[in-house]
Design a protein around this ligand. Structure first.
Ligand SMILES: [Mg+2]
Length: 189
């Protein structure tokens, strides 16, 4: 099966780094539990952009620690013959440090795409399963007929009640819940 996997808030705890940067740079708290929408209304758009740029600097990309079980799960999928596409909305300039990070954490994959329109890219690649935390991305991928899955976060909790989205609090549970879908299937390219 062709699987696309997001990075931020899917492979690692992006929010913690973003919130720390917001506190340090702007003195603004961004409590994870209260982030029930995708937008960040405590900051102006240009402040959010500055924080995203900071968290996506090569040195900060390098520091990220994967969620427990994330690397092991993706490696198991890879070794079972699935085609792994790591797909992120990170800037194209983040490609190289992101590839270095994936090597550093030992996550095997077939392709890495830093793309502005992930769903369009996934459609073009005939992705069959997309793992992502963004409500908009999940919804659009569903509309395109992909299977979709996510770690549950406050900002996607409402959407996760929608039938057809596989959701889990952690990677071990996500792996177990996706096992029926992935069992017996192989890369289809
Ligand atoms: Mg994400």
């Amino acid at each position: 099966m062709k699987i696309a996997i997001d990075i931020d808030s899917t492979l690692h705890d992006y929010w913690a780094g973003l919130a720390a940067a917001a506190r340090k740079r702007f003195g603004v708290d961004l409590p994870y539990d209260q982030q029930v929408t995708w937008g960040i209304d405590r900051l102006r758009p240009e402040q959010v952009r500055a924080l995203v740029a900071e968290t996506h600097r090569a040195d900060n990309i390098r520091k990220a620690t994967p969620y427990p079980g994330a690397v092991e799960t993706v490696r198991a999928w890879y070794e079972a013959g699935h085609e792994i596409h790591v797909m992120s909305h990170r800037d194209a300039a983040c490609h190289e440090p992101t590839a270095a990070w994936l090597d550093h954490i030992g996550l095997p994959y077939h392709a890495l795409d830093c793309t502005e329109d992930k769903v369009a890219g996934a459609v073009a690649l005939n992705i069959e399963l997309l793992v992502d935390d963004s409500p908009d991305t999940l919804e659009r991928a569903l509309e395109e007929g992909m299977a979709v899955a996510t770690l549950s976060h406050p900002w996607n909790r409402e959407l996760c009640e929608v039938e057809g989205i596989v959701t889990a609090p952690d990677w071990a549970t996500l792996a177990a819940r996706l096992a029926p879908l992935l069992s017996g299937q192989r890369a289809t390219s």
